[in-house]
Design a protein around this ligand. Structure first.
Ligand code: PLP
Length: 457
């Protein structure tokens, strides 16, 4: 990795100062105040990042599942600099527009599943879900069905932590202690082909469909606005649904006039080997939420893709009355355009499929290890489920955090996980050498994990 003159000279003194200042000043998500560890990242190139002490890591998480084109891409730096020097910011309120937002909207609707012809820009995933939830309710309000306010979501879903997005997220940790949540939200069972105990031996799709039917009957179709779901659950553990799940859910919802919102914040822009996972599952949602990979995370941005039918209702009369300061930010849109160019030019969808297949073959050998219960893969999105007991399929008592830490410290691999599974989401530019390094590192650490979660030296 070439060193950059823009990076402050790393070294023990600077690192100690930064870490002390971080401890004194910063509030980190999901970090207890008792934890004094910090890793100060200062540089990235391709699939690798380097910390302030000069340690190099394979970024197998693509930061937070967003760096599709890899770190340090000069093409994106140039696009951002050119736009900053031309029209750094403006907005899309009322009649105002800008060339980059117009170009990006046209490009996205060309790539999107048929029928998603309109775009609402945001600055991230939770904002996108917030807009989608509001649009869904407003759609029915404008169509004289104001009682359609209920939102169906799923247990263990993650949709971000804005008020609505956090309320529809499905883990108690996002709700407990934060006061009342968005009313009229109901969580359903998510299909999971490994943790099958919840289905009483029934087929997962049949179980989930029956639950959905009963829920619609109980609440009343004429009170339900939408169902929201991730095509493949990401934070929930790279949980893949059975192939017939989404098409059948979409059909059932449509028959009751309930909108389908697909949260593709992680899965869009090549992660699954398709531009959008909706195309993999053969399903056309009414609203499709994206962020992260739209700019490969170089600047915050997001886009909600919407059907003409929903657009017509919400923009009629006095228009859709809400938006953000940064909706259609021209620099973010210019970065997104450069990023999409790279994904296309470097055929990263094909690479995600090819490298995903290669990794899946090699990762399959991990199943022989006592603590590996399941390995799931679609494109370059993978989940490795760790278990204390393969028969009972119980999670490690320590969760996966100590394993992620050992991977970082002992193998130089950055991965994140939820309590059950490690999530493997590398940049889509991953090559064979980096894939081999990832598999070898995983093997060396996972072979040392005991069923009680301890890691042998
Ligand atoms: N939706 C999904 C599926 C996500 O995984 C995330 C973040 O990881 C979000 C929404 C929230 O996105 P953001 O953190 O940009 O608000």
């Amino acid at each position: 990795m070439p060193t950059s003159s823009a990076v402050p000279t790393p070294g023990p003194d600077r690192t100690a100062q930064w870490i002390q200042s971080d401890r004194d000043r910063l509030i980190h998500p999901n970090l207890p105040s008792s934890c004094t560890d910090r890793t100060v990242m200062v540089e990235g190139r391709g699939c690798y990042v380097r910390d302030s002490e000069g340690n190099r890591y394979l970024d197998a998480a693509a930061a937070l599942g967003m760096v599709q084109v890899g770190h340090g891409r000069g093409e994106i730096v140039e696009a951002a600099a050119a736009q900053l020097g031309t029209l750094e910011c403006f907005h899309l309120w009322e009649t105002m527009s800008n060339d980059k937002a117009i170009e990006l909207a046209a490009r996205l609707t060309e790539l999107a599943p048929d029928g998603l012809d309109r775009v609402f820009f945001t600055s991230g995933g939770a904002e996108g879900n917030e807009i989608a939830l509001r649009m869904a309710r407003f759609f029915h309000y404008r169509r004289q069905q104001p009682d359609r306010t209920w939102i169906l979501s799923r247990d263990t879903a993650y949709h971000g932590i804005a008020y609505g997005a956090g309320s529809v997220s499905g883990l108690p940790v996002y709700h407990k202690g934060f006061g009342p949540q968005l009313p009229h939200v109901h969580h359903l069972t998510a299909p999971d082909l490994y943790q099958t105990a919840a289905y009483d031996g029934e087929d997962a799709t049949e179980f989930c469909l029956q639950e959905l039917r009963e829920t619609i009957e109980r609440i009343g179709a004429n009170r339900i606005a939408a169902m929201i779901g991730e095509p493949v659950m990401s934070v929930g553990g790279a949980v893949m649904p059975p192939p017939d799940y989404w098409p059948r859910v979409a059909e059932l919802l449509r028959s009751h006039g309930i909108l389908l919102i697909l949260d593709e914040v992680v899965t869009a822009y090549g992660r699954t080997g398709h531009w959008f996972a909706a195309q993999h599952f053969g399903v056309r949602p009414d609203l499709l939420v994206t962020a992260k990979g739209i700019t490969s995370g170089y600047v915050p941005h997001g886009a909600v893709l919407v059907t003409e039918e929903v657009t017509a209702a919400v923009t009629a009369s006095t228009g859709f009355p809400i938006g953000f300061t940064y909706t259609g930010h021209p620099t973010a849109c210019a970065v997104a355009l450069a990023n999409l160019d790279l994904i296309e030019r470097e055929k990263l969808l094909d690479n995600a499929t090819a490298m995903g297949g290669y990794l899946a073959d090699r990762l399959a050998t991990l199943r022989d290890l006592p603590v590996v219960g399941d390995v799931r893969q679609i494109g370059l999105m993978m989940g490795i489920e760790l278990v204390a007991d393969k028969t009972a399929r119980t999670q490690l008592p320590t969760g996966t955090a100590p394993v992620a830490r050992a991977l970082r410290e002992d193998a130089g691999i950055i991965l994140r996980g939820n309590p059950r599974s490690l999530l493997v989401n590398p940049p889509l530019v991953l090559d064979r050498a980096a894939a081999d390094e990832l598999v070898d590192g995983l093997h060396s650490v996972l072979a040392r994990v005991e069923p009680d979660g301890r890691i042998r030296p």
